[in-house]
Ligand binder design. Structure first.
Ligand code: COI
Length: 363
């Protein structure tokens, strides 16, 4: 699907002043600084995809009976535009996000956005708001495409109308202070996704369902929750909003397989490819919480890390659970984790050549 639409440009009449923007870019944190514009496309059963525009980022009105407010028919994506050393900017694997957005739409019974429209909306928004791309080492323009069911109707059925929107946020590191290693809380009371459910779709509902467990993690002094599978409550699945990897003392890299309950992360997939390209043994295999604990104690497991577009690659130092806690390796950033992170980030930022054809230079 490569169908596309012409985007009308509606420039902001009073964009954020240069000095104010620079002040916001100095320390953006994550998800609080927004650019001047957004992309917007409408869908209706009668007209299909139509009325595509880049327009000022403003509040918008929805009817209180708008379907998404009641039945959560909503999906989203996360990808970044990176500042390149020559002062330009590039995208990383935006085509993979476009593809996953369609897969998520299918699972949530929503209209599938043609990949060409998704990609053009991203390209045009980044070009329009190019001055908002930070040039700090951890900084990027985080793009958040999302789609909501916009029909005004309380019947439980797929909406006949949708709004597709892309907003952009200037960001730094996801974890406060660019945490050298994060602490996880193993959720025993809650699960994230069941077989046949929406675990492999990127829908807001999955994240809503993770929040009680994430709150528990915060109460326990941890940064993130890690979920076990819903059937046996045994196998490690993923974090609240990131995939997970394990590194063993023989250099093997392992991550849980995509069984339908795990989000198929673009960063996860990129790490698997980078690992294989470096000649590492790479496994997509189930790994139990008990084994994780035992391997951390015996020293067979030397590193673990979380990965995602927002988190990039973040080392996991300590794991807490109802029965105690254990430390992974030295409790700080591991060697292979650091090397993989550098390889990935250098490609994303155009510091080294991209042998996999993952990047698209925008200007
Ligand atoms: C991302 O990594 O882009 C996500 O969507 C996850 C969220 C924790 C921000």
């Amino acid at each position: 699907m490569t169908e596309t639409l012409a985007f009308t440009q509606e420039p902001h009449a009073s964009p954020v002043a240069v000095a104010d923007r620079q002040a916001q870019l100095a320390n953006p944190g994550f998800g609080r600084v927004f650019t001047d514009h957004m992309a917007l496309v409408h869908y209706s059963e009668a007209e299909g995809w139509h009325d595509a525009k880049i327009t000022p980022r403003v509040e918008f009105r929805v009817d209180p009976a708008c379907a998404v407010l009641h039945y959560a028919q909503e999906i989203f994506e996360g990808l970044k535009a990176y500042r390149t050393p020559d002062g330009g900017a590039q995208l990383f694997r935006a085509d993979a996000n476009a593809r996953r957005f369609r897969q998520s739409a299918r699972r949530l019974a929503m209209a599938e956005l043609p990949e060409g429209i998704f990609l053009d909306s991203i390209r045009q928004l980044v070009r329009t708001d190019r001055d908002w791309i930070p040039d700090s080492p951890d900084g990027a323009l985080y793009l958040r495409p999302f789609m909501i069911a916009s029909e005004t109707f309380l019947g439980v059925k797929p909406s006949s109308e949708y709004l597709y929107i892309v907003i952009a946020s200037s960001v730094g590191a996801y974890f406060k202070g660019g945490a050298p290693a994060v602490t996880l809380w193993v959720s025993e009371n809650y699960t994230r996704a069941a077989p046949g459910g929406t675990g492999d779709a990127k829908c807001g509902g999955n994240y809503a369902a993770s929040l009680a467990a994430q709150s528990e993690a915060i109460k326990q002094g941890c940064d993130q929750v890690v979920f076990l599978d819903a059937v046996e409550r045994k196998w490690i699945e993923e974090l609240g909003g990131m995939n997970i990897f394990f590194v063993f003392d023989d250099g093997t890299l392992q991550t849980p397989p995509l069984t339908g309950t795990i989000l198929p992360g673009v960063t996860r997939d990129s790490i698997l490819t980078l690992g294989r390209a470096q000649g590492l043994t790479v496994r997509e295999e189930l790994y139990s919480f008990d084994q994780w604990k035992a391997d951390a104690a015996s020293g067979r497991l030397v590193e673990s890390f979380a990965c995602g577009t927002a988190a990039v690659i973040t080392p996991i130092g300590t794991v807490k659970h109802s029965g105690g806690e254990f430390t992974i390796g030295s409790g700080g950033p591991g060697q292979l984790t650091g090397a993989l992170r550098k390889t990935l980030v250098d490609i994303q930022r155009g510091v080294t050549p991209d042998p996999h054809g993952w990047t698209e230079k925008l200007f």
